[in-house]
Structure formats: C-alpha cells, structure tokens
Design a protein. Structure first.
Length: 112
C-alpha cells in the first residue's frame, strides 16, 4: 500500500465516521496540516501517529487496509527489527503494546 492509497482510505474512514479533518486531528492529538498531508499521500504517518489515528477512529490496521507485511523494509537494521516485532503481533492489543514499547525505546535512543 503506498502513501496515496493509505491516505485515500484514511479519508474515506474519517468521513464515514463523520469527522472533519480538524475534529479527527484534535481527537488524535495531531496537527491538522499533518493529517491533511497524510490524506493527500504526501506523508505516511509514523507508528505513533498511526496508532493515534486508529484509536481516534476506533478502527484496526486491517480496517484501514494496511498490512504490516507490506511495509517497505529499509536498510536500517533498527527499522527492520521494529517491523519484524510489529509483524509478530497476534492481535491489536499486542500490536498496541509493541508500538508503545518501540516508542519508549525510540525516545530513550532519541531516534526520529
């Protein structure tokens, strides 16, 4: 799934739930301009932002049409390991736990 496909699906879900961009951005605690760029395919959200959007919409990764196994694997070994960890999640609760753990490690290592 490329950025544009994901953005279109996110926009469809947002509208189907009755959210404006401003309302979803506020609920997800992200910048409205960033949400606009994601919906327009200019950016793909970080895992932290993705998690906030999913929670705000009350949907899962599968409902958005994003499959972790399709994520682009970069040459960075930390990125590759993070994707492996996320791919090993058995359900959304486990995935959420992994995302929280990876965010804590990212913060500790001061990675962006």
């Amino acid at each position: 799934m490329n950025n544009n496909e994901f953005g279109k699906k996110l926009k469809e879900l947002r509208k189907s739930k009755g959210f404006t961009q401003q309302a979803l951005a506020e609920k997800a605690e992200i910048d409205e301009k960033h949400l606009s760029r994601v919906e327009n395919g200019k950016y793909f959200p970080s895992y932290a932002t993705l998690n906030k959007l999913l929670n705000a919409l009350g949907v899962t990764l599968n409902e958005v049409g994003f499959q972790l196994e399709q994520a682009e694997i970069h040459k960075n070994p930390l990125y590759s390991k993070a994707v492996q960890i996320l791919n090993s999640a058995k359900d959304d609760n486990e995935l959420s736990c992994y995302i929280d753990s990876l965010k804590a490690v990212q913060k500790a290592l001061k990675l962006k």
